[in-house]
Design a protein around this ligand. Structure first.
Ligand code: FE2
Length: 286
Protein backbone atom coordinates (compact mmCIF):
# COMPACT_ATOMS: atom_id res chain seq x y z
CA UNK A 1 0.00 0.00 0.00
CA UNK A 2 1.10 3.57 -0.64
CA UNK A 3 2.12 5.13 2.65
CA UNK A 4 1.45 8.69 3.74
CA UNK A 5 5.12 9.56 4.15
CA UNK A 6 5.90 8.59 0.54
CA UNK A 7 3.77 11.23 -1.11
CA UNK A 8 4.17 14.95 -1.72
CA UNK A 9 1.24 17.37 -1.93
CA UNK A 10 1.96 20.74 -3.57
CA UNK A 11 -0.17 23.72 -4.66
CA UNK A 12 -1.00 23.85 -8.37
CA UNK A 13 -1.67 27.58 -8.34
CA UNK A 14 -2.23 30.42 -5.85
CA UNK A 15 -5.99 30.29 -6.36
CA UNK A 16 -6.91 26.59 -6.19
CA UNK A 17 -5.71 23.04 -6.71
CA UNK A 18 -3.05 20.68 -5.39
CA UNK A 19 -0.97 18.04 -7.13
CA UNK A 20 0.07 14.77 -5.56
CA UNK A 21 3.29 13.04 -6.56
CA UNK A 22 4.40 9.57 -5.52
CA UNK A 23 0.96 8.05 -4.87
CA UNK A 24 -0.68 5.03 -6.46
CA UNK A 25 -4.40 5.80 -6.52
CA UNK A 26 -5.25 2.14 -7.10
CA UNK A 27 -3.96 1.16 -3.64
CA UNK A 28 -4.00 4.06 -1.18
CA UNK A 29 -4.12 3.18 2.49
CA UNK A 30 -6.93 4.78 4.48
CA UNK A 31 -4.75 7.39 6.20
CA UNK A 32 -3.34 8.56 2.86
CA UNK A 33 -6.76 8.58 1.27
CA UNK A 34 -8.13 10.79 4.05
CA UNK A 35 -5.14 13.11 3.80
CA UNK A 36 -5.75 13.50 0.06
CA UNK A 37 -9.47 14.02 0.56
CA UNK A 38 -8.88 16.77 3.13
CA UNK A 39 -6.39 18.53 0.84
CA UNK A 40 -8.87 18.14 -1.99
CA UNK A 41 -11.75 19.70 -0.06
CA UNK A 42 -9.56 22.64 0.95
CA UNK A 43 -8.16 23.29 -2.51
CA UNK A 44 -11.17 22.22 -4.66
CA UNK A 45 -9.11 20.44 -7.38
CA UNK A 46 -6.78 17.47 -6.92
CA UNK A 47 -4.39 16.05 -9.51
CA UNK A 48 -2.66 12.74 -8.82
CA UNK A 49 0.24 12.56 -11.27
CA UNK A 50 1.41 9.48 -13.15
CA UNK A 51 -1.68 7.29 -12.84
CA UNK A 52 -3.02 4.80 -15.36
CA UNK A 53 -6.16 3.47 -13.70
CA UNK A 54 -8.10 0.94 -15.74
CA UNK A 55 -11.85 1.63 -15.90
CA UNK A 56 -12.58 -0.90 -13.08
CA UNK A 57 -9.77 0.63 -10.97
CA UNK A 58 -11.14 4.12 -11.60
CA UNK A 59 -14.59 2.95 -10.51
CA UNK A 60 -13.12 1.43 -7.32
CA UNK A 61 -11.13 4.61 -6.54
CA UNK A 62 -14.19 6.79 -7.18
CA UNK A 63 -16.38 4.66 -4.90
CA UNK A 64 -14.14 5.54 -1.97
CA UNK A 65 -15.70 9.03 -2.21
CA UNK A 66 -19.29 7.77 -2.36
CA UNK A 67 -21.82 6.07 -4.63
CA UNK A 68 -21.46 6.69 -8.35
CA UNK A 69 -24.02 8.12 -10.70
CA UNK A 70 -24.50 8.31 -14.45
CA UNK A 71 -24.96 11.25 -16.77
CA UNK A 72 -28.58 11.91 -17.74
CA UNK A 73 -27.70 10.88 -21.32
CA UNK A 74 -26.35 7.33 -21.88
CA UNK A 75 -24.87 8.22 -25.29
CA UNK A 76 -21.20 8.04 -24.27
CA UNK A 77 -21.26 5.42 -21.51
CA UNK A 78 -18.53 2.78 -21.74
CA UNK A 79 -20.30 -0.42 -22.77
CA UNK A 80 -18.72 -2.89 -20.36
CA UNK A 81 -18.17 -0.32 -17.55
CA UNK A 82 -21.31 1.85 -17.56
CA UNK A 83 -20.14 3.92 -14.57
CA UNK A 84 -17.52 5.38 -16.91
CA UNK A 85 -18.29 8.00 -19.55
CA UNK A 86 -15.87 8.58 -22.44
CA UNK A 87 -14.84 12.12 -23.41
CA UNK A 88 -13.05 12.08 -26.77
CA UNK A 89 -12.90 13.61 -30.21
CA UNK A 90 -11.90 10.24 -31.74
CA UNK A 91 -14.00 8.81 -34.58
CA UNK A 92 -14.05 5.03 -35.22
CA UNK A 93 -16.01 3.57 -38.16
CA UNK A 94 -17.54 6.97 -38.75
CA UNK A 95 -18.84 7.29 -35.18
CA UNK A 96 -17.69 9.36 -32.23
CA UNK A 97 -16.43 7.07 -29.46
CA UNK A 98 -17.11 9.67 -26.77
CA UNK A 99 -18.51 13.12 -26.09
CA UNK A 100 -16.33 15.47 -28.18
CA UNK A 101 -17.40 18.82 -26.72
CA UNK A 102 -18.52 18.17 -23.14
CA UNK A 103 -18.34 21.19 -20.88
CA UNK A 104 -17.58 23.84 -23.47
CA UNK A 105 -19.11 26.60 -21.30
CA UNK A 106 -18.52 27.44 -17.62
CA UNK A 107 -20.61 25.12 -15.43
CA UNK A 108 -20.82 22.86 -12.39
CA UNK A 109 -21.63 19.26 -13.29
CA UNK A 110 -25.30 18.21 -13.22
CA UNK A 111 -26.37 21.49 -11.53
CA UNK A 112 -29.59 21.09 -13.54
CA UNK A 113 -30.62 18.08 -11.40
CA UNK A 114 -32.13 18.17 -7.91
CA UNK A 115 -29.09 16.47 -6.35
CA UNK A 116 -26.06 17.42 -8.45
CA UNK A 117 -22.98 15.21 -8.31
CA UNK A 118 -20.41 16.10 -5.66
CA UNK A 119 -17.21 15.12 -7.47
CA UNK A 120 -16.09 14.53 -11.03
CA UNK A 121 -13.06 12.30 -11.56
CA UNK A 122 -11.15 12.19 -14.84
CA UNK A 123 -8.42 9.72 -15.83
CA UNK A 124 -6.47 11.05 -18.75
CA UNK A 125 -5.88 8.28 -21.30
CA UNK A 126 -4.61 10.17 -24.36
CA UNK A 127 -3.30 13.71 -24.12
CA UNK A 128 -3.38 15.77 -27.34
CA UNK A 129 -0.33 17.63 -28.58
CA UNK A 130 -2.30 20.89 -28.61
CA UNK A 131 -5.47 22.11 -26.92
CA UNK A 132 -7.70 20.22 -24.49
CA UNK A 133 -6.99 22.38 -21.43
CA UNK A 134 -9.53 22.56 -18.60
CA UNK A 135 -10.01 25.75 -16.57
CA UNK A 136 -11.47 26.09 -13.07
CA UNK A 137 -12.77 29.10 -11.17
CA UNK A 138 -12.82 29.19 -7.38
CA UNK A 139 -16.45 29.79 -6.39
CA UNK A 140 -15.60 29.99 -2.66
CA UNK A 141 -13.22 32.89 -3.25
CA UNK A 142 -15.73 34.31 -5.72
CA UNK A 143 -18.28 34.49 -2.90
CA UNK A 144 -15.83 35.80 -0.32
CA UNK A 145 -14.71 38.64 -2.61
CA UNK A 146 -18.24 39.97 -3.21
CA UNK A 147 -19.16 43.26 -1.55
CA UNK A 148 -21.12 43.04 1.69
CA UNK A 149 -24.11 44.62 -0.07
CA UNK A 150 -24.03 41.96 -2.82
CA UNK A 151 -23.77 39.18 -0.22
CA UNK A 152 -26.82 40.61 1.52
CA UNK A 153 -28.67 40.87 -1.79
CA UNK A 154 -27.99 37.21 -2.65
CA UNK A 155 -28.99 35.90 0.77
CA UNK A 156 -31.95 33.55 0.28
CA UNK A 157 -32.12 33.87 -3.52
CA UNK A 158 -32.79 30.68 -5.47
CA UNK A 159 -31.32 30.06 -8.93
CA UNK A 160 -33.26 28.26 -11.66
CA UNK A 161 -31.17 25.67 -13.55
CA UNK A 162 -31.95 23.78 -16.75
CA UNK A 163 -29.95 21.41 -18.99
CA UNK A 164 -31.59 22.52 -22.24
CA UNK A 165 -29.64 25.00 -24.33
CA UNK A 166 -32.96 25.89 -25.96
CA UNK A 167 -34.24 27.43 -22.70
CA UNK A 168 -31.03 29.38 -22.05
CA UNK A 169 -30.69 32.83 -23.63
CA UNK A 170 -26.90 32.68 -23.19
CA UNK A 171 -26.44 29.36 -25.04
CA UNK A 172 -26.75 28.23 -28.66
CA UNK A 173 -27.83 24.68 -29.57
CA UNK A 174 -24.99 22.39 -30.65
CA UNK A 175 -24.97 21.70 -34.41
CA UNK A 176 -24.30 17.98 -33.94
CA UNK A 177 -27.45 17.39 -31.85
CA UNK A 178 -31.01 17.96 -32.96
CA UNK A 179 -33.41 19.68 -30.60
CA UNK A 180 -35.16 16.44 -29.63
CA UNK A 181 -32.04 15.55 -27.60
CA UNK A 182 -32.90 18.25 -25.06
CA UNK A 183 -36.57 17.37 -25.03
CA UNK A 184 -35.68 13.74 -24.39
CA UNK A 185 -33.08 14.22 -21.65
CA UNK A 186 -33.75 17.59 -19.92
CA UNK A 187 -35.15 17.20 -16.40
CA UNK A 188 -37.59 19.84 -15.12
CA UNK A 189 -36.06 23.06 -13.75
CA UNK A 190 -33.86 22.47 -10.69
CA UNK A 191 -33.94 25.10 -7.91
CA UNK A 192 -30.78 25.73 -5.88
CA UNK A 193 -29.58 28.54 -3.60
CA UNK A 194 -27.28 31.01 -5.40
CA UNK A 195 -25.02 30.72 -2.34
CA UNK A 196 -24.48 27.17 -1.08
CA UNK A 197 -22.71 25.78 1.98
CA UNK A 198 -20.15 22.97 1.69
CA UNK A 199 -21.24 19.96 3.77
CA UNK A 200 -17.67 19.09 4.84
CA UNK A 201 -15.87 22.43 5.17
CA UNK A 202 -18.85 24.69 6.01
CA UNK A 203 -17.55 27.27 3.54
CA UNK A 204 -19.98 29.23 1.39
CA UNK A 205 -19.66 29.35 -2.40
CA UNK A 206 -21.49 30.96 -5.28
CA UNK A 207 -23.49 28.33 -7.14
CA UNK A 208 -24.47 29.49 -10.61
CA UNK A 209 -23.18 29.26 -14.17
CA UNK A 210 -23.99 30.63 -17.62
CA UNK A 211 -24.48 27.05 -18.89
CA UNK A 212 -27.30 26.09 -16.53
CA UNK A 213 -28.59 29.07 -14.51
CA UNK A 214 -31.41 30.59 -16.54
CA UNK A 215 -33.19 32.76 -13.97
CA UNK A 216 -33.89 33.53 -10.32
CA UNK A 217 -37.02 32.32 -8.55
CA UNK A 218 -39.63 35.01 -7.78
CA UNK A 219 -37.60 37.67 -9.61
CA UNK A 220 -38.60 39.23 -12.91
CA UNK A 221 -36.07 38.73 -15.72
CA UNK A 222 -35.68 42.51 -16.02
CA UNK A 223 -33.88 42.32 -12.66
CA UNK A 224 -32.66 38.73 -12.60
CA UNK A 225 -30.77 38.69 -15.91
CA UNK A 226 -28.65 41.81 -15.18
CA UNK A 227 -27.87 40.42 -11.72
CA UNK A 228 -26.80 37.09 -13.24
CA UNK A 229 -24.69 38.93 -15.84
CA UNK A 230 -22.93 40.84 -13.07
CA UNK A 231 -22.19 37.61 -11.18
CA UNK A 232 -21.02 35.81 -14.33
CA UNK A 233 -18.59 38.68 -14.96
CA UNK A 234 -17.35 38.39 -11.39
CA UNK A 235 -16.65 34.62 -11.60
CA UNK A 236 -14.81 35.15 -14.89
CA UNK A 237 -12.13 37.23 -13.12
CA UNK A 238 -8.72 35.76 -14.13
CA UNK A 239 -7.60 36.13 -10.50
CA UNK A 240 -10.05 33.32 -9.59
CA UNK A 241 -9.06 30.97 -12.43
CA UNK A 242 -6.55 28.13 -12.78
CA UNK A 243 -6.06 26.53 -16.21
CA UNK A 244 -4.89 22.93 -16.20
CA UNK A 245 -2.61 21.71 -18.96
CA UNK A 246 -2.96 17.95 -18.96
CA UNK A 247 0.01 15.62 -18.68
CA UNK A 248 0.14 11.94 -19.51
CA UNK A 249 -1.15 10.03 -16.49
CA UNK A 250 -3.06 12.84 -14.76
CA UNK A 251 -5.90 11.63 -12.56
CA UNK A 252 -7.78 14.87 -11.88
CA UNK A 253 -10.86 15.50 -9.78
CA UNK A 254 -12.83 18.54 -8.75
CA UNK A 255 -15.43 19.43 -6.17
CA UNK A 256 -18.53 20.61 -8.00
CA UNK A 257 -19.74 22.44 -4.89
CA UNK A 258 -16.69 24.72 -4.92
CA UNK A 259 -15.60 25.28 -8.52
CA UNK A 260 -17.01 25.90 -11.96
CA UNK A 261 -15.07 24.45 -14.88
CA UNK A 262 -14.83 24.70 -18.64
CA UNK A 263 -13.28 22.52 -21.33
CA UNK A 264 -11.33 24.88 -23.55
CA UNK A 265 -11.39 22.61 -26.63
CA UNK A 266 -9.10 23.22 -29.59
CA UNK A 267 -8.19 19.56 -30.24
CA UNK A 268 -8.14 18.73 -33.95
CA UNK A 269 -7.96 15.29 -35.55
CA UNK A 270 -5.72 13.42 -36.13
CA UNK A 271 -4.67 14.67 -32.69
CA UNK A 272 -6.75 12.73 -30.15
CA UNK A 273 -7.86 13.48 -26.62
CA UNK A 274 -9.39 10.70 -24.53
CA UNK A 275 -10.52 10.94 -20.93
CA UNK A 276 -12.52 8.53 -18.74
CA UNK A 277 -15.01 10.26 -16.45
CA UNK A 278 -16.75 9.06 -13.29
CA UNK A 279 -19.05 11.07 -11.01
CA UNK A 280 -19.90 10.68 -7.33
CA UNK A 281 -23.38 11.45 -6.01
CA UNK A 282 -23.90 14.66 -4.07
CA UNK A 283 -26.65 16.15 -1.93
CA UNK A 284 -29.39 18.69 -2.49
CA UNK A 285 -27.51 22.02 -2.25
CA UNK A 286 -28.22 24.05 0.89
FE1 FE2 B 1 -18.43 19.27 -16.77
Amino acid sequence: MTQTEDIAIRPLSPVLGVEVVGADASRLDNATFERLRDAFHRSCVLVVRDQSLTPPQQVAFSRRFGELEHHISPLYQMKDEPDVMILSNEVVDGKLVGNPDAGSDWHSDQAYTDEPCAYTILQSVRVPKAGGDTAFTNMVTAYETLSDSMKARLDGLIGIHNFSRLKNPRMKPLDRLDTSYYEKYSPPDALHPLVRTHPHTGRKALYLSPRSTIGIRDMDDSQAQPLLDELFDHIDDPALVYTHKWREGDLLMWDNRSVNHIALGGVKLPDVRRIHRTTVVGERPF
